[in-house]
Design a protein around this ligand. Structure first.
Ligand SMILES: Nc1ncnc2c1ncn2[C@@H]1O[C@H](COP(=O)(O)OP(=O)(O)OP(=O)(O)O)[C@@H](O)[C@H]1O
Length: 277
């Protein structure tokens, strides 16, 4: 089965320093891959490479078997969506316009009525319907994050009329969200994966990484330190090492979350190969 995302031997060098070194990763349909690691480990850099916004010095990226460079931008926007960490765009628009702009030009044969239904559904999943008429710049940080989430959900739903087997790239989707909205955001990502798409998500919250991921990539100093099931990667000793925690620091709850979730996952979920090998 062709992976939805296949990254092979990725090395990113800036200013003579390797921010990412020889990292490989495969995301299969139906899976959510969590990416964890300390500040500066290279997680956002890897997401930028997966998204196609940063060219690696070495290595290849393919989406659904086609090298990233061979995708036309419009086709790529129907195929994958990216939630970036910072709000680079000022979006001086009303919330409903921000979300609508996300699906502008996306999809094929969508009536205005269908587009409105997509807009409403995306706003609803992100619990942002009541914000629809508000000006985006006046929102709180967490509210903006929810609107950005609605925007990419709308983009993907519209794009689904062109491409199936889509890819959702999330760089810290939980940033700024309260607990209710963290749960909703991860549940939406999980549901998207369960529909046969793939999710690649940088998740700082190890409980969420363990609970919602099928497999976890742990980055350390730009390298793939671990890759495997959440139960393996989030084992207490490994977590202590990965984050340079003092011996005995209580981290067992992350493993419990991973184990609890594992019992509810379909057995076929997961990646085909271990890039840390
Ligand atoms: N444009 C750049 N020029 C030089 N160094 C950079 C650049 N972008 C990132 N870096 C460095 O590369 C390393 C990896 O950065 P990256 O943003 O990928 O880390 P991260 O794992 O996402 O961290 P965080 O958890 O803090 O978001 C960091 O040391 C960062 O300072």
């Amino acid at each position: 089965m062709t992976p939805i995302l296949d990254m092979n031997g990725i090395t990113v060098t800036i200013g003579g320093r390797n921010l990412i070194e020889d990292v490989s990763l495969t995301c299969m349909a139906g899976t959510l891959t969590g990416v964890v690691g300390a500040n500066g480990a290279g997680k956002s850099t890897l997401m930028a490479v997966a998204a196609g916004t940063l060219k690696p010095r070495r290595g290849s990226v393919a989406i659904d078997g086609r090298p990233l460079g061979q995708w036309r931008l419009a086709a790529l926007a129907d195929k994958r969506a990216v939630l970036i960490q910072s709000d680079a765009l000022a979006f001086p628009f009303a919330v409903h316009e921000v979300v609508q702009l996300g699906m502008d030009g996306r999809g094929r044969g969508l009536t205005e009525r269908r587009r409105l239904a997509i807009l409403e559904r995306a706003l609803s999943v992100a619990d942002a319907i009541h914000l629809a008429a508000r000006l985006y710049p006046t929102l709180s940080g967490g509210e903006r994050q929810r609107v950005r989430l609605a925007r990419i959900l709308a983009q993907l739903e519209a794009g689904r009329t062109v491409h199936d087997r889509q890819l959702l790239i999330l760089d810290e989707p939980l940033a700024g969200l309260d607990l209710k909205h963290q749960v909703a955001a991860m549940a939406a990502a999980r549901a998207f994966a369960d529909e046969g798409h793939a999710v690649l998500a940088v998740v700082h919250d190890l409980w969420a990484a363990g609970h919602y991921s099928d497999c976890v990539l742990a980055l350390q100093n730009g390298r793939a330190a671990e890759f495997g099931s959440p139960e393996t990667v989030l084992a207490p000793e490994r977590v202590r090492t990965l984050f340079d925690l003092p011996p005995g620091t209580a981290v067992e709850a992350y493993l419990t979350a991973a184990r609890d979730a594992a019992g509810r996952r379909p057995p076929q979920a997961g990646s085909e190969r271990n890039p840390a090998d």
